[in-house]
Design a protein around this ligand. Structure first.
Ligand SMILES: [Cu+2]
Length: 288
């Protein structure tokens, strides 16, 4: 066999292999339909049923592995994940915990046995449980009632002095209301608790980070697009003010080279979540 003939033969063999692969019953990613059923749309435990079908609506018997990521539109909430690689008649059943009431986005990523990946998004409105601990419910309502979008601000504060410093106020032209919040997780349910301020102990460093303490911006007066800067001023109970700028970004990857010293405090890793001021006209059942 000449080299050319061999190449031709190898080429045909390759084509045949490709055709054989295509003959499996797996549809391409574009032909996959995912339908979601949620057992409970209230804060707490739920079971998600995700049915995978082909373009003709026929269940895919072996749909491979499914991973789910649930994100809340409330800035600062940690995503919730779930995974399964066992489906019955094309239906995955996954336990899932709604950690907070409000608007959620679920991203379903399906990896078929041949490595094909299909993705689909679902928007789900989760209700805050009416019963339960009154305090938590009240603070929840306060959160849910805010018009427009909110943002959260994070930073690291180091106190270089020998005395504790209490940050008691935050102001910014970008938001009508600003509060210090702490995410409290009880029985896998997260809720926000308002803090009177932030105490920075002498010689210590306090970190505000997603899933923990954050500075919440509510009733935004302007959009906070990624790559913009947000001015925000903190002040302590002795009257000293700390005018700061925060880099607006989706997430902070690694440390930021942004340390500034004002008085006895060193501020670094300053960033804020992107958000749009919005008009709260999305019919999301806000009462005011
Ligand atoms: Cu908050």
């Amino acid at each position: 066999m000449t080299t050319t003939a061999f190449r031709l033969f190898a080429g045909i063999a390759l084509l045949l292999t490709a055709a054989a692969c295509r003959q499996q019953q797996l549809p391409s990613a574009a032909d996959i339909e995912m339908a979601l059923t949620v057992s409970d749309r209230r804060v707490g435990d739920s079971t998600l049923l995700l049915a995978v079908t082909d373009a003709a609506g026929k269940p895919i018997a072996e749909p491979g592995a499914l991973s789910l990521r649930g994100d809340m539109d409330h800035a600062g909430m940690v995503p919730v994940f779930a995974e399964s690689n066992t489906a019955r008649d094309g239906v995955f059943a996954l336990p899932f915990t709604w950690t907070m009431g409000g608007s959620w986005t679920l991203e379903a990523t399906l990896t078929l046995p041949d490595g094909t990946i299909a993705r689909q998004h679902f928007d789900i409105e989760i209700l805050t449980e009416a019963s339960g601990d009154g305090m938590g419910a009240m603070q929840h309502d306060a959160h849910d009632a805010m018009g427009g979008e909110s943002s959260a601000v994070y930073l690291r504060i180091h106190n270089a002095s020998a005395e504790d410093i209490n940050i008691v106020a935050a102001e910014s032209a970008a938001a009508a209301r600003i509060a210090f919040h702490q995410t409290v997780i009880e029985d896998d349910i997260a809720r926000m608790e308002a803090l009177a301020g932030l105490r920075i102990p002498a010689g210590e460093t306090v970190e505000l980070a997603p899933g923990g303490t954050h500075i919440m911006l509510m009733d935004l007066r302007r959009d906070l697009p990624p790559q913009s800067m947000l001015p925000l001023q903190l002040s302590c109970d002795k009257g000293e003010t700390y005018p700061l700028e925060f880099a607006v970004m989706n997430q902070r990857l690694g440390a930021l080279d942004d340390a500034v010293t004002i008085g006895e405090l060193v501020f670094s890793n300053r960033w804020a979540r992107p958000a749009s001021a919005g008009m709260a006209d999305d019919g999301a059942a806000h009462s005011h």
